[in-house]
Design a protein around this ligand. Sequence first.
Ligand SMILES: *[C@@H]1O[C@H](CO)[C@@H](O)[C@H](O)[C@H]1NC(C)=O
Ligand SMILES: *[C@@H]1O[C@H](CO)[C@@H](O)[C@H](O)[C@H]1NC(C)=O
Ligand SMILES: *[C@@H]1O[C@H](CO)[C@@H](O)[C@H](O)[C@H]1NC(C)=O
Ligand SMILES: [Cu+2]
Length: 612
Amino acid sequence: MAPLHFTIFIFFSFTFAISASSFAPPRHPFDPLTETELKLVQTIINKTYPIGSSHKFTFQYVGLNEPDKSLVLSWYSSPKNTIKPPPRQAFVIARDNGKSREIVIDFSSRAIVSDKIHVGNGYPMLTNDEQEAATELVLKFKPFRDAVIKRGLNISEIVFTTSTIGWYGESEAETERVIRMMPFYLGGTVNMYLRPIEGMTILVNLDVMKVTEFKDRLTVTMPKASGTEYRYSELKPPFGPTLQNAVILQPDGPGFKIDGHVVRWANWEFHISFDVRAGIVISLASMFDMDVKKYRQVLYKGHLSEMFIPYMDPSDDWYFITYLDCGDFGCGQCAVSLEPYRDCPAGAVFMDGVFAGQDGTPAKIPNVMCLFEKYAGDIMWRHTEAEIPNLEITEVRPDVSLVARIVTTVGNYDYIVDYEFKPSGSIKMGVGLTGVLEVKPVEYTHTSEIKEDDIHGTIVADNTVGVNHDHFVTFRLDLDIDGSPNSFVRNELVTKRTAKSVHTPRKSYWTTSPKTAKTEAEARVKLGLKTEELVVVNPNRKTKHGNEVGYRLLSSPPSGPLLVQDDYPQIRAAFTNYNVWITPYNRSEVWAGGLYADRSHGDDTLAVWSQR
Ligand SMILES: *[C@@H]1O[C@H](CO)[C@@H](O)[C@H](O)[C@H]1NC(C)=O
Ligand SMILES: *[C@@H]1O[C@H](CO)[C@@H](O)[C@H](O)[C@H]1NC(C)=O
Ligand SMILES: *[C@@H]1O[C@H](CO)[C@@H](O)[C@H](O)[C@H]1NC(C)=O
Ligand SMILES: [Cu+2]
């Protein structure tokens, strides 16, 4: 019912050497903004835009303003501490009297160094605070309370989720910053998502914090509360598994070292950070090469770029559910505190995440990321040599890896996002999808009762349909393999007939036909159409035998979009039209669905950039 689509796109980049000079404190250029820095952002902005006055100014996104890549690389490649890191800056997106304002703050000069109004479609990420305020607003809204009484429900048992509503061809002026409020009913359960109260349309304009539309259309059956409990503490199953007493002991501590945000483990070194939109950000990942006794660059920066979750029920209560989770709600903002021993195994090391609330005040998510060594009893590599007389060698390398994990809970859904580093040099991104289904009430309890052609899902419980939907997860990977100038090679495996002139009983063989992509269009890949290997290489760095140094991209089973190309959600999420895209490095092209994803019109997506 919920196919996992893995869309991966890679950026490759070109760089120039520049020497850096600034008065910034010597911190790692990719360190996330600290609580102190976030407070400073608030103080500096409050001088120009009085926060909390009648003038409505809200912080929608505050994060590190990514330093210039050339400055980072010259700092990184210089002997330690001989070059100051690039200037430390914050990037802020605010709502200011109904406009989106982009502000850059420099910490050494403690000043706003850039300030402009966003012109164009789409809105910034929703804040937690405004979603809570919208809930309070609707709970007090008389027509809503009347509709609740009409249904014979108890207002104290109602909870809300907030839904972005996408875009359906409205003009820019008509596309207000509006969300739709989705009421659910507890009434004897904590499994609220299984008890949606359908038949009401409730729209709230977040900029003016007003209900702008309310329609009580019809009353629909609500699934019952019984049988919806999921907590083991209530269900008390008489069996395990109980992991508390079965931990892997590491009496000497974990096998990795953390220095600030830099992690060193086995042959790997990388920086880990938290961003309120992306969640985990990995940067400057390098691998130690024993032959040259040096770290060699692999990944300049990697993180979640966007998700797309379209539901497949075109009716009034459902058609608008076409989330862009990271851009709409913030995959970091929705991240949750991890439970020791359950979310992450024994021996895990946890890190906190801080972000700015709507008024700029820092908020903390304790234990938002964890790092641990993973060993599940598998073998990475082995060989038994039994052919040498009087000598038997058995050499085994267990499959141990280092995992950086975050769990982001966007409403009913929980995404477990893992970046797994292996001593072989591989980096594996894993996304686990779990949580609770978003369901639709129906009158049916059995498939034999279905009257219509399509109920857009599966009956999963009495009066409950789990609605068909997809999850497309898109990562951005800026690979810098042995340096920045990288190329993308599509290495097709082609079948050949043996030449008549060759004396062989064989009629055929296969061989490789590598082609380097010359344009972005040539580098768009739909997986599964051809037998080809996708490789990112550094054409300037050859092995001593003359082969190109590179990384191969391996995918899970491919899938693609199933909506028609001119359907509005698909226009906004056109970055799912291909599984892999490659674009030249551009610091502004980071979010596959656009910087302003909420209510976007699809004019700032990866699909548009790659036309250039
Ligand atoms: C912003 O500045 C005003 C005026 O100095 C002050 O009253 C207010 O507390 C400040 N707000 C914040 C969030 O710092
Ligand atoms: C409504 O729900 C609240 C909170 O659960 C409860 O305290 C109250 O007794 C309920 N009211 C009625 C009329 O059932
Ligand atoms: C970088 O991306 C931005 C946003 O898409 C675009 O306006 C700009 O032209 C791009 N710069 C280059 C050098 O391509
Ligand atoms: Cu799902």
